[in-house]
Design a protein around this ligand. Structure first.
Ligand code: GLU
Length: 302
């Protein structure tokens, strides 16, 4: 595994300098784009990593995966009445579809879906973002994971589009709590800072039928794990889900902080980090590294 990661790292590293860091908030716009790390975790929790795999970054939309898993634990099948499981085919923060479909978001990984899931979590916890922070700490065996408050506050100041989605869903009766409270918690989740090793560890249950290598126990049932992986495969990569399936062939979730997690069912969980993004908002080097990895050892699920 060491040699494999070394080869991929050397192959992809020359791309540093291409792509563009997210710039919708100052705290992300100032991130150094010349960073690149990879971590792979096997089902026993053994980590192999290279490059900037220990550098914490803003997990952003990757938090939607943990948010979803937390909600599934409390709501089970019932939650699929409030959020769908179809790819959206539209940008992650689109409002259009939401109106056509009566306030039921297409899937939990577009923003509207993640907001409904956050609303569900909000109904179950007095302090939802602390619950989430503790959940990722447990999943990654790292008690030092924290929320970057500057990022969370800045996201909140730029909340207009997310707020519009949440209020629209409220008008359709698909939102129980105060919109502003849910938004605050949602942005805290996006602003969690983790590194590649944390994230590879924290998603290892998705590669192991729901059993965590770290939290020492069952996080999801095998059926629920299959469902989450299917959603990741169809909707986890913004508008690039189709070509990511074509090139990489693994369930994956990206975030505008430059992280991508991917799952090789029954074998490995992977996290790649490099902050410069391609035109659809996925890490430029992240997609290249996962493509190379998939080509080299044919890990595609298809
Ligand atoms: N915090 C971002 C938002 O809700 C998420 C960005 C992402 O997709 O990673 O707009």
């Amino acid at each position: 595994m060491n040699t494999l990661l070394q080869d991929i790292y050397e192959e992809v590293k020359p791309m540093l300098g291409t792509g563009k860091v997210a710039d919708y908030i100052p705290a992300l716009a100032s991130v150094n784009p010349h960073q690149f790390g990879i971590a792979v975790c096997d089902t026993k929790g053994e980590i192999t990593s290279i490059g900037d795999a220990k550098v914490p970054f803003s997990i952003q939309s990757i938090s939607k995966v943990f948010n979803l898993v937390l909600a599934i634990n409390y709501y089970g099948e019932e939650m699929w009445e409030r959020v769908g499981c179809e790819p959206s085919g539209l940008p992650f923060n689109s409002l259009v579809q939401l109106e056509y479909e009566n306030g039921i978001p297409r899937n939990p990984f577009i923003n509207a879906g993640a907001l409904v899931v956050s609303d569900m979590v909000q109904s179950r916890f007095a302090s939802p973002y602390i619950a989430m922070r503790d959940f990722v700490r447990r999943l990654s065996c790292n008690k030092n994971i924290v929320v970057n408050k500057v990022v969370a506050e800045s996201e909140y100041e730029h909340r207009a589009k997310n707020a519009a989605m949440a209020y629209l869903m409220k008008s359709y009766g698909n939102f129980e709590n105060e919109v502003e409270d849910v938004l605050r918690n949602y942005f805290h989740n996006c602003a969690l800072e983790m590194n590649c090793e944390d994230l590879a560890r924290a998603t290892s249950f998705l590669a192991n039928s729901g059993m965590s290598s770290c939290a020492n126990g069952k996080i999801l049932s095998p059926l629920q794990t299959k469902q989450v992986n299917a959603l990741l495969a169809t909707s986890g990569m913004y508008d690039e889900a189709g070509s990511f399936a074509f090139k990489v062939g693994l369930p994956g979730k990206s975030g505008v902080g430059g992280g991508i997690v991917a799952v090789v069912p029954r074998r490995f969980s992977i996290c790649v980090f490099s902050p410069a993004l391609n035109s659809v908002g996925n890490s430029q080097l992240g997609v290249a590294a996962l493509t190379s990895l998939s080509e080299r050892i044919n890990w595609s699920i298809y």
